[in-house]
Design a protein around this ligand. Sequence first.
Ligand code: ZN
Length: 223
Amino acid sequence: MGALWEKSKRIRSAAMAGSTCPSMPSLRPCRTEELAAEQGMTVNRPEFDEAFKKHQELSRAGSEQVFKGGLLDHSETTTKYHTATHLLHKALRMTLGDHVAQKGSNITAERMRFDFSHNAPMTADEVAKVQAIVNEQIQRDLPVGMEVMSLDDAKAGGAIALFGEKYESQVKVYTIGDFSTGVFSREVCGGPHVERTGTMGKFTIQKEQSSSAGVRRIRAILE
Ligand SMILES: [Zn+2]
Protein backbone atom coordinates (compact mmCIF):
# COMPACT_ATOMS: atom_id res chain seq x y z
CA MET A 1 0.00 0.00 0.00
CA GLY A 2 2.82 2.35 0.89
CA ALA A 3 4.59 1.59 -2.35
CA LEU A 4 1.41 2.13 -4.33
CA TRP A 5 0.87 5.49 -2.63
CA GLU A 6 4.43 6.51 -3.37
CA LYS A 7 3.95 5.51 -7.00
CA SER A 8 0.70 7.45 -7.35
CA LYS A 9 2.39 10.42 -5.71
CA ARG A 10 5.17 10.29 -8.27
CA ILE A 11 2.67 10.08 -11.11
CA ARG A 12 0.70 12.97 -9.67
CA SER A 13 3.85 15.02 -9.28
CA ALA A 14 4.82 14.29 -12.84
CA ALA A 15 1.34 15.22 -13.97
CA MET A 16 1.57 18.53 -12.15
CA ALA A 17 3.09 20.26 -15.11
CA GLY A 18 0.93 22.69 -16.95
CA SER A 19 0.29 26.36 -17.00
CA THR A 20 0.45 29.13 -14.48
CA CYS A 21 -0.64 32.69 -14.18
CA PRO A 22 -0.33 35.15 -11.30
CA SER A 23 -2.72 34.73 -8.43
CA MET A 24 -5.49 37.25 -8.71
CA PRO A 25 -8.60 38.26 -6.80
CA SER A 26 -11.87 36.60 -7.78
CA LEU A 27 -12.98 37.02 -11.35
CA ARG A 28 -10.32 39.52 -12.20
CA PRO A 29 -9.05 38.49 -15.61
CA CYS A 30 -6.55 35.76 -15.12
CA ARG A 31 -3.36 35.97 -17.11
CA THR A 32 -1.50 32.81 -17.71
CA GLU A 33 1.97 31.52 -18.32
CA GLU A 34 2.76 27.95 -19.16
CA LEU A 35 5.14 26.05 -16.92
CA ALA A 36 8.45 25.87 -18.66
CA ALA A 37 9.26 22.32 -17.70
CA GLU A 38 7.17 19.21 -17.36
CA GLN A 39 8.54 18.27 -14.00
CA GLY A 40 9.13 18.73 -10.41
CA MET A 41 6.25 19.79 -8.17
CA THR A 42 5.71 17.74 -5.05
CA VAL A 43 2.16 17.47 -3.80
CA ASN A 44 1.42 17.45 -0.12
CA ARG A 45 -1.91 15.63 -0.04
CA PRO A 46 -3.18 16.78 3.41
CA GLU A 47 -2.31 20.37 2.57
CA PHE A 48 -3.96 19.99 -0.82
CA ASP A 49 -7.17 18.62 0.71
CA GLU A 50 -7.25 21.31 3.37
CA ALA A 51 -6.68 24.05 0.83
CA PHE A 52 -9.33 22.61 -1.48
CA LYS A 53 -11.84 22.42 1.38
CA LYS A 54 -11.17 26.03 2.30
CA HIS A 55 -11.63 27.04 -1.31
CA GLN A 56 -14.99 25.27 -1.51
CA GLU A 57 -16.14 26.93 1.72
CA LEU A 58 -15.10 30.30 0.36
CA SER A 59 -16.90 29.56 -2.92
CA ARG A 60 -20.08 28.66 -1.07
CA ALA A 61 -19.87 31.80 1.06
CA GLY A 62 -19.45 33.81 -2.13
CA SER A 63 -22.49 32.17 -3.73
CA GLU A 64 -24.64 32.90 -0.69
CA GLN A 65 -23.64 36.52 -0.71
CA VAL A 66 -24.47 36.90 -4.34
CA PHE A 67 -27.71 34.96 -3.94
CA LYS A 68 -28.89 37.59 -1.48
CA GLY A 69 -28.62 40.08 -4.29
CA GLY A 70 -30.57 37.77 -6.60
CA LEU A 71 -27.56 37.16 -8.79
CA LEU A 72 -26.81 33.50 -8.11
CA ASP A 73 -27.13 32.56 -11.76
CA HIS A 74 -24.83 35.37 -12.76
CA SER A 75 -22.19 34.10 -10.34
CA GLU A 76 -22.44 30.49 -11.52
CA THR A 77 -22.29 31.54 -15.14
CA THR A 78 -19.28 33.80 -14.77
CA THR A 79 -17.47 31.06 -12.84
CA LYS A 80 -18.05 28.68 -15.77
CA TYR A 81 -16.72 31.28 -18.19
CA HIS A 82 -13.69 31.79 -16.01
CA THR A 83 -12.89 28.07 -16.10
CA ALA A 84 -13.44 28.19 -19.86
CA THR A 85 -10.60 30.72 -20.19
CA HIS A 86 -8.20 28.09 -18.78
CA LEU A 87 -9.44 25.45 -21.24
CA LEU A 88 -9.32 27.89 -24.15
CA HIS A 89 -5.81 29.07 -23.32
CA LYS A 90 -4.45 25.53 -23.27
CA ALA A 91 -6.36 24.59 -26.44
CA LEU A 92 -4.91 27.62 -28.25
CA ARG A 93 -1.38 26.66 -27.22
CA MET A 94 -1.95 23.09 -28.40
CA THR A 95 -3.30 24.30 -31.74
CA LEU A 96 -1.24 27.42 -32.54
CA GLY A 97 1.93 26.90 -30.49
CA ASP A 98 3.63 27.83 -27.26
CA HIS A 99 4.02 31.48 -28.27
CA VAL A 100 0.37 31.95 -27.35
CA ALA A 101 0.02 33.80 -24.05
CA GLN A 102 -3.11 35.21 -22.49
CA LYS A 103 -3.18 39.00 -22.75
CA GLY A 104 -6.46 39.57 -21.01
CA SER A 105 -10.03 38.39 -20.61
CA ASN A 106 -13.41 39.95 -20.07
CA ILE A 107 -16.37 37.99 -18.76
CA THR A 108 -20.06 38.83 -18.50
CA ALA A 109 -23.06 36.55 -17.86
CA GLU A 110 -23.59 36.43 -21.65
CA ARG A 111 -20.15 35.78 -23.12
CA MET A 112 -16.41 35.73 -22.67
CA ARG A 113 -13.67 37.59 -24.50
CA PHE A 114 -10.14 36.28 -24.49
CA ASP A 115 -7.10 38.15 -25.85
CA PHE A 116 -3.91 36.31 -26.70
CA SER A 117 -0.63 36.84 -28.50
CA HIS A 118 -0.65 35.51 -32.07
CA ASN A 119 0.41 37.22 -35.28
CA ALA A 120 -2.09 35.96 -37.83
CA PRO A 121 -5.85 35.51 -38.10
CA MET A 122 -6.86 31.99 -37.16
CA THR A 123 -8.06 29.79 -40.00
CA ALA A 124 -11.51 28.23 -39.88
CA ASP A 125 -9.83 24.87 -39.26
CA GLU A 126 -7.87 26.23 -36.31
CA VAL A 127 -10.99 27.76 -34.78
CA ALA A 128 -12.86 24.47 -35.22
CA LYS A 129 -10.00 22.51 -33.67
CA VAL A 130 -9.71 24.79 -30.64
CA GLN A 131 -13.46 24.66 -30.09
CA ALA A 132 -13.44 20.85 -30.35
CA ILE A 133 -10.59 20.53 -27.83
CA VAL A 134 -12.42 22.71 -25.29
CA ASN A 135 -15.68 20.79 -25.72
CA GLU A 136 -13.85 17.49 -25.38
CA GLN A 137 -12.50 18.54 -21.97
CA ILE A 138 -16.01 19.62 -20.92
CA GLN A 139 -17.46 16.27 -22.01
CA ARG A 140 -14.73 14.41 -20.10
CA ASP A 141 -16.13 16.04 -16.93
CA LEU A 142 -12.65 16.68 -15.56
CA PRO A 143 -12.23 17.56 -11.88
CA VAL A 144 -10.86 21.01 -11.07
CA GLY A 145 -8.51 20.99 -8.08
CA MET A 146 -6.73 23.76 -6.23
CA GLU A 147 -3.52 23.81 -4.22
CA VAL A 148 -1.91 26.62 -2.28
CA MET A 149 1.84 26.81 -2.45
CA SER A 150 4.58 29.36 -2.23
CA LEU A 151 5.46 31.24 -5.35
CA ASP A 152 8.95 29.81 -4.98
CA ASP A 153 7.54 26.28 -5.18
CA ALA A 154 5.53 27.26 -8.26
CA LYS A 155 8.65 28.73 -9.84
CA ALA A 156 10.72 25.71 -8.82
CA GLY A 157 8.25 23.68 -10.84
CA GLY A 158 9.00 25.82 -13.86
CA ALA A 159 6.44 28.59 -13.55
CA ILE A 160 7.33 31.75 -15.46
CA ALA A 161 6.79 34.98 -13.57
CA LEU A 162 5.13 37.66 -15.66
CA PHE A 163 7.10 40.87 -15.88
CA GLY A 164 5.51 43.65 -13.86
CA GLU A 165 3.03 41.32 -12.18
CA LYS A 166 2.61 41.61 -8.42
CA TYR A 167 2.51 38.21 -6.74
CA GLU A 168 1.27 37.10 -3.36
CA SER A 169 3.74 35.01 -1.34
CA GLN A 170 1.28 32.11 -1.44
CA VAL A 171 -0.44 31.39 -4.73
CA LYS A 172 -3.38 29.17 -5.71
CA VAL A 173 -2.67 26.68 -8.44
CA TYR A 174 -5.73 25.38 -10.30
CA THR A 175 -5.41 22.05 -12.06
CA ILE A 176 -8.01 20.81 -14.56
CA GLY A 177 -7.84 17.02 -14.67
CA ASP A 178 -5.91 14.90 -12.19
CA PHE A 179 -3.47 12.00 -12.05
CA SER A 180 -6.23 9.51 -12.95
CA THR A 181 -7.60 11.44 -15.96
CA GLY A 182 -4.38 13.19 -16.95
CA VAL A 183 -3.77 16.88 -16.30
CA PHE A 184 -5.12 19.08 -19.09
CA SER A 185 -4.19 22.50 -17.74
CA ARG A 186 -2.56 24.03 -14.71
CA GLU A 187 -2.55 27.74 -13.85
CA VAL A 188 -1.76 29.98 -10.93
CA CYS A 189 -4.96 31.95 -10.49
CA GLY A 190 -7.26 33.42 -7.85
CA GLY A 191 -10.35 31.51 -9.00
CA PRO A 192 -13.16 30.76 -8.48
CA HIS A 193 -13.71 27.76 -10.74
CA VAL A 194 -16.33 25.08 -11.31
CA GLU A 195 -15.67 21.81 -9.47
CA ARG A 196 -16.06 19.71 -12.62
CA THR A 197 -15.94 20.75 -16.26
CA GLY A 198 -19.06 18.70 -17.08
CA THR A 199 -21.26 21.45 -15.66
CA MET A 200 -20.09 24.05 -18.18
CA GLY A 201 -22.32 23.35 -21.19
CA LYS A 202 -21.43 23.67 -24.87
CA PHE A 203 -18.59 26.02 -25.84
CA THR A 204 -18.92 27.97 -29.09
CA ILE A 205 -16.44 30.43 -30.59
CA GLN A 206 -18.52 33.18 -32.19
CA LYS A 207 -15.79 35.47 -33.44
CA GLU A 208 -12.02 35.67 -33.86
CA GLN A 209 -10.57 39.05 -34.73
CA SER A 210 -7.65 41.42 -34.23
CA SER A 211 -7.42 43.17 -30.87
CA SER A 212 -4.19 45.11 -31.33
CA ALA A 213 -0.82 44.53 -33.00
CA GLY A 214 0.13 40.89 -32.49
CA VAL A 215 -2.90 40.24 -30.30
CA ARG A 216 -6.03 38.35 -31.35
CA ARG A 217 -9.40 38.35 -29.59
CA ILE A 218 -11.87 35.49 -29.30
CA ARG A 219 -15.50 35.93 -28.33
CA ALA A 220 -17.15 32.73 -27.13
CA ILE A 221 -20.27 31.57 -25.36
CA LEU A 222 -21.33 28.67 -23.15
CA GLU A 223 -24.89 27.39 -23.48
ZN1 ZN B 1 -8.26 31.30 -13.55
